[in-house]
Design a protein around this ligand. Structure first.
Ligand code: ZN
Length: 651
């Protein structure tokens, strides 16, 4: 590992500013820390709020990311309140958290790292802690201490594994007593601590020790990978997702390195022994699930239940679903309530696979009991707390015509409720822009819904992109206005193809996935007020929309045994952002109603009972109702979003 220290960049920096510099050097090295792992601190003399001199420990807050940390993020703790604690016989976690909180010189600061006392008890100014890959490969071993002495030298301390807290902090302080510059301590089966009054020396000592581990345990050459099998992945994804027992989105990875690792039987066996460091536990689970089919997920969940029936320190049981699934010959899935969580689990487990490759057969991580003690730990569970889970959290919604007025309003509304989206539109650029706006919860697909192969492929992409699909909003449509005598066969057929046949293609492609998943699901068809109340000069559109509505009703009958609900929206006169209301259609409809074209929108507003303008967000709200569990007892229904329109004909 190369030192990233650039004296020119560090020149003139001191105290917390220098700590920021060195923290980011560590944070940017994936082989040292990932996603909020590790922590750093500095001890400085400063003035308190009243101007009195005070010794402060600035430490990384829990969960902050070293790669991007800023000066104001570090939590300042009064050392005179912390140092005397070392003399105590014992201190439980709750007591420790309390005392650390009381030592904050800025009460509004973020919660300090749970390893704050470890930093406080070491006298040196700079303390750096990482979960370096190569070091974990070395020290997750029956004779970890012996290997540390052999590879890193006798001047490096090693303390046995124990959950962070007061006792570990005291043990480290005792093991490191008398060390000066370049001091180092290995927390066996956990990570590395280096320290010194000089930031550069502490950092370079860290890099030097990790480099020695890398040299002692080089990453073996990657074997030949089995060829990728995306078809199998697209089939297996929804089956596994359905077996999880909780609603999750899945991230799939089958790059050659992963496939090669998964074809190594010995390595797969090592994955089942435990995590590389307890810090990863709540993100990756104790062990991944090796899957050949969904029944393996079921078995995994049973085993988890047994394991988690041990002492959970009063904490509620976490879902038994695996966070990581390894399918030899296919690839790796990671699961999350959100895609972000799946990404964190993915990155940590990719790193773990490399650690396991380096480690070889002597791999011996923390045991099942230690892992339970680490997973069910109030201080870790605090990291899982999040605010405001949305109504569609963990769900995947496929939406056609997503770039249009109604489609994009539905996409934004669903995204705000935590859904992950497959956005299809024939306007590839527009749908791409929408997906960019929404972020990693959306995939954009340039898709013509009248093309059978493209529709099939869009659902396959949903399975590979997020693991499956729960909600299908079949919304894409076109309008064509012409009196029957003037309507060409070509325009009639085109309307039938887009407004009717395409919905059949969508239903037929989605249904097998919903069947495999066994998670229920919801179809929402966006039809039109023209179905109950057609307008003259709108035959091609109204007839096709009537066919779409009838298709939905039959689908409701056929999908009900799967717990899949099918409902229809009948909006009217939604102009905003609409591709349907082309200049030509506006002209035609204005003529049909005998109003000037510039008054057409007002005409529709005046026409409905509520005398109101129907907006895309009104349709989106209705779509959300049908997509969510709020309408769990409703299928085969139609909801008008039209301001109230008198029907042209009695039903
Ligand atoms: Zn740690």
């Amino acid at each position: 590992m190369e030192s990233r220290w650039r004296q020119a960049d560090a020149e003139g920096l001191e105290g917390v500013a220098l700590l920021v510099y060195v923290s980011r050097l560590i944070g940017r090295e994936r082989d040292l820390v990932l996603w909020g792992g590790g922590n750093t601190s500095v001890k400085v003399q400063a003035a308190d709020a009243l101007g009195r001199p005070v010794d402060l420990l600035f430490i990384k807050p829990s969960g902050a990311d070293l790669a991007s940390i800023r000066e104001e993020e570090f939590a300042p703790l009064r050392l005179e309140d912390l140092r005397p604690l070392r003399g105590r016989e014992a201190l439980d976690d709750a007591g420790m958290v309390d005392l650390v909180a009381c030592a904050l010189s800025r009460p509004a600061a973020a919660r300090p790292s749970i390893e704050a006392l470890l930093h406080a008890f070491l006298p040196q100014r700079f303390v750096l802690h990482s979960h370096a890959d190569a070091l974990l490969a070395l020290c997750n071993h029956a004779d970890g201490a012996g290997r540390v002495r052999e590879v890193l030298g006798t001047d490096v301390a090693a303390v046995p594994y124990r959950r962070p807290g007061f006792a570990l902090a005291r043990e480290v302080a005792e093991a490191c007593a008398g060390m000066k510059e370049g001091g180092a301590c290995v927390l066996l089966k956990h990570g590395l601590v280096t320290f010194g009054d000089d930031a550069r020396a502490a950092y370079e000592r860290h890099i030097e020790l990790v480099t020695r581990c890398e040299q002692a345990l080089p990453l073996p050459a990657v074997g030949e990978a089995a060829p990728p099998d995306r078809d199998r992945a697209a089939r297996l994804g929804p089956q596994l997702r359905g077996a999880l027992g909780v609603r999750r989105v899945l991230l799939f990875d089958d790059d050659p390195e992963v496939r090669a690792a998964l074809s190594d039987e010995a390595l797969l066996e090592r994955t089942q022994r435990g995590p590389a460091t307890a810090d990863h536990l709540i993100r990756t689970g104790r062990v991944p699930c090796i899957v050949r089919g969904p029944e393996d997920v079921v078995r995994y969940r049973e085993a988890y239940g047994e394991w988690a029936s041990g002492d959970r320190e009063g904490l509620e049981r976490l879902p038994s679903a695996p966070h990581v699934m390894l399918a030899p010959g296919v690839g790796m899935w990671t699961c999350g309530r959100t895609f972000e969580e799946a990404v964190v689990a993915h990155d940590l487990y990719r790193q773990t696979l490399r650690i396991l490759q380096r480690a070889g057969d002597g791999w011996e991580p923390i045991d099942a009991e230690q892992a339970l003690h680490a997973e069910y730990w109030p201080l870790q569970h605090a990291k899982l707390q999040r605010f405001g889970p949305g109504e569609l959290e963990g769900r995947v919604a496929w939406i056609s015509g997503a770039a249009g007025g109604i489609g994009s309003a539905i996409a934004r509304r669903f995204a705000a409720e935590g859904a992950h989206l497959i956005l299809c539109d024939i306007d590839g650029d527009a749908v791409e822009a929408l997906a960019r706006e929404i972020g990693i919860h959306a995939l954009a697909l340039d898709c013509d819904v009248t093309d059978e192969a493209q529709v099939q492929d869009s659902f396959r992409r949903a399975c590979l992109g997020y693991g499956g699909v729960d909600i299908v909003v079949s919304n894409a449509g076109i309008a064509h206005a012409a009196l029957l005598e003037e309507l060409t066969l070509e325009d009639w057929r085109r309307s039938m193809e887009v407004n009717s046949t395409a919905h059949y293609l969508v239903a037929r492609a989605a249904l097998p996935i919903l069947r495999e998943q066994e998670l229920g699901g919801a179809f929402v068809f966006v039809a039109s007020k023209n179905v109950p109340a057609p307008g003259a000069g709108f035959a091609a559109y109204s007839a096709a929309k009537a066919a779409q509505t009838q298709l939905a009703r039959v689908l409701a009958l056929e999908a009900a045994p799967l717990g899949v609900r099918v409902n229809v929206l009948h909006p009217d006169a939604v102009f905003e952002g609409s591709g349907l209301w082309s200049a030509e259609v506006r002209r035609e409809r204005a003529r049909a109603h005998g109003v000037p074209v510039e008054e057409l929108e007002d005409f529709y507003t005046r026409r409905n009972l509520l005398r109101t303008r129907v907006r895309p967000q009104d349709v989106a709200e209705a779509a959300l109702f049908f997509a969510s569990d709020r309408s769990s007892r409703t299928t085969g229904a139609t909801l008008a979003v039209d301001g109230g329109v008198r029907e042209a004909f009695p039903r």
